[in-house]
Write a protein that binds this ligand. Structure first.
Ligand SMILES: Nc1nc2c(c(=O)[nH]1)N[C@@H](CN(C=O)c1ccc(C(=O)N[C@@H](CCC(=O)O)C(=O)O)cc1)CN2
Ligand code: GAR
Length: 201
């Protein structure tokens, strides 16, 4: 039987902990796209900028807390209630637990602001990444988009893009270059994976 358009829609949940610039770019990108919807914003930090974006964009927001996330159902039931098909981490700073990974196998991805496998792992987030890259006097950095497994920054790589680092670059100027790469590429990678999910149905 032909499924309804609603059933064919790929519903995406964005997990974020901070300002939400990547979330905003994803929302903008899919605003006019039939069949792919940003259905939920999940956040672990009260007052985070991404919650303001959710409110402005009239997207449901779910504020999660540690006990239920790490020792409860990992909010799998709530995600299913929102018909979430795919999870996109965009500056989410907690480790995704195995319960959630098992419920969304090969359907959780993350963007990391460096060229994995270098400069990843516990403590490697936000400006800490750029400071480490600058301190190491690297000549280039970039972004890595990967599937999420039970370890930090360890899942199968999907996409990488690079930028040069000039001698006068600082962690702040490097962060700007990295954000530009993220905003350019993440929506396109998410779109490609969402279409592949649609075609598997
Ligand atoms: N199971 C997984 N969960 C998450 C992954 C992953 O690859 N597998 N990626 C991270 C995102 N990330 C890097 O891309 C990352 C985020 C945060 C940390 C970190 O050290 N966090 C601190 C806590 C910080 C806070 O609560 O403010 C910590 O664990 O002590 C490392 C890497 C998202 N989840
Ligand atoms: N290791 C995870 C990590 O550092 N993620 C990084 O957090 C930032 C979130 O920015 P945003 O809130 O403006 O999208 C992004 O640069 C993302 O790569």
């Amino acid at each position: 039987m032909q499924s309804t358009w609603k059933e064919q829609t790929v519903n995406i949940a964005i997990f974020a902990s901070g300002a939400g610039s990547n979330a905003q770019k994803l929302i903008d990108h899919f605003r006019q796209q039939a069949g792919i919807k940003i259905a939920l914003i999940v956040c672990n930090k009260p007052g985070a900028g991404v919650l303001t974006i959710a409110q402005k964009e009239n997207i449901p927001a779910l504020l999660i807390e540690k006990e239920q996330f790490f020792r409860g159902n990992a909010y799998v039931d709530e995600l299913k209630q929102h018909n979430v098909d795919f999870i996109v981490l965009a500056g989410f700073l907690w480790k995704v637990p195995v319960a959630l990974i098992q419920a969304f196998q090969q359907r959780i991805i993350n963007i990391h602001p460096a060229l994995l496998p270098n400069y990843g792992g516990k403590g490697m987030y936000g400006t800490f990444v750029h400071e480490a890259v600058i301190a190491a006097k690297e000549k280039e950095s970039g972004i890595s988009i990967h599937y999420v497994d039970e370890l930090y920054d360890h899942g199968k790589l999907i996409f990488q893009a690079r930028c040069t680092i000039d001698e006068n670059d600082t962690a702040a100027s490097l962060a700007q270059k990295i954000h530009a790469l993220e905003h350019e590429h993440y929506p396109l990678v998410v779109e490609k994976l969402a279409h592949e999910l649609q075609n598997r149905r």
